[in-house]
Design a protein around this ligand. Structure first.
Ligand SMILES: [Fe+2]
Ligand SMILES: [Fe+2]
Length: 269
């Protein structure tokens, strides 16, 4: 079995979405099997690319140039599934990137268990969204997608705590806020396939946010820092713009993100 950082690097360098997720799930299965036998596999080192390899399509556009479609129409729902597929593919790379990029920082083995599991789940989420798109006669790559999803990774390329604050604790926590509304849209359209897929995503994303909070607090403890103060300062440094209410306070609490973390960063009114 390859050292974990090299596995992460190989996923990041695979362009095709389905190939990337197949490799990701295969590596996660190897890791799980080794851990189930009580092994502590090697983490090693890698030199991951600044931008992960991506397929030729979708075309990546600035968010203001991505056409908006109404969710009340079949085309609007396809656009929504496509946007989620794009987020999930980015999430696969983000979870492997945090492993590879910060492999030089000594962390407990449970830290790697968490991100390998999260990367495996994101790979499943991407495949679920691709299945839904294909069932609706479309596919990932058929529509343009947001450029700039990798911005948070670039901005925090050498700030481990900044990465934890912005990616799982801000971006993935935002997913908890918006997913219930999306599930409602597909319920109204009686698309049970998409409802089931989104409910799986919603249930598993709570854990990714929780892993972020857990390891952020761990590092604050290691460096004797106040977690709330540190979180505010890192999000202000690396996240562009205010956080948007309404917040899913219940799920955020379940994931270990208390209100005094996010309310002070919210836009007024
Ligand atoms: Fe996901
Ligand atoms: Fe996630």
């Amino acid at each position: 079995m390859k050292p974990l950082a090299e596995m992460a690097d190989a996923v990041l360098r695979t362009a095709d979405g389905r190939e990337k997720t197949a490799l990701s799930r295969g590596f996660a299965a190897q890791w799980r099997a080794a851990r189930a036998e009580g092994a502590e596999p090697r983490i090693g080192r890698a030199d991951p690319p600044l931008h992960p390899a991506r397929p030729a399509t979708p075309e990546l556009l600035s968010p203001r140039d991505v056409p908006r479609r109404r969710p009340g129409t079949p085309e609007g729902r396809i656009a929504l599934l496509h946007a989620v597929a794009h987020i999930e593919l980015n999430a696969v790379d983000l979870h492997w990137d945090i492993i590879a990029r910060f492999a030089h920082v000594k962390m407990p083995i449970g830290y790697y268990d968490d991100w390998v599991k999260a990367a495996d789940e994101e790979s499943k989420h991407f495949n679920l969204m691709c299945d839904c798109l294909e069932a609706a006669g479309s596919h990932y790559g058929a529509l343009p997608a947001h450029a700039g999803m990798w911005r948070a990774a670039e901005d925090t390329v050498d700030d481990f705590m900044g990465r934890l604050a912005v990616v799982p604790m801000v971006l993935e926590a935002r997913g908890l806020d918006v997913t219930p509304g999306m599930i409602e849209i597909f319920k109204r359209a009686k698309d049970t396939g998409a409802v089931d897929a989104l409910e799986t995503i919603y249930a598993e994303e709570v854990h990714h946010v929780a892993y972020g909070s857990k390891w952020f607090h761990f590092l604050c403890g290691r460096h004797d820092l106040d977690p709330t103060v540190q979180f505010h300062s890192l999000v202000r440094q690396y996240f562009h713009g205010a956080l948007k209410p309404p917040f899913n306070e219940e799920k955020r609490a379940e994931a270990g993100i208390p209100p005094d973390f996010y309310w002070p960063l919210a836009q007024n009114g």
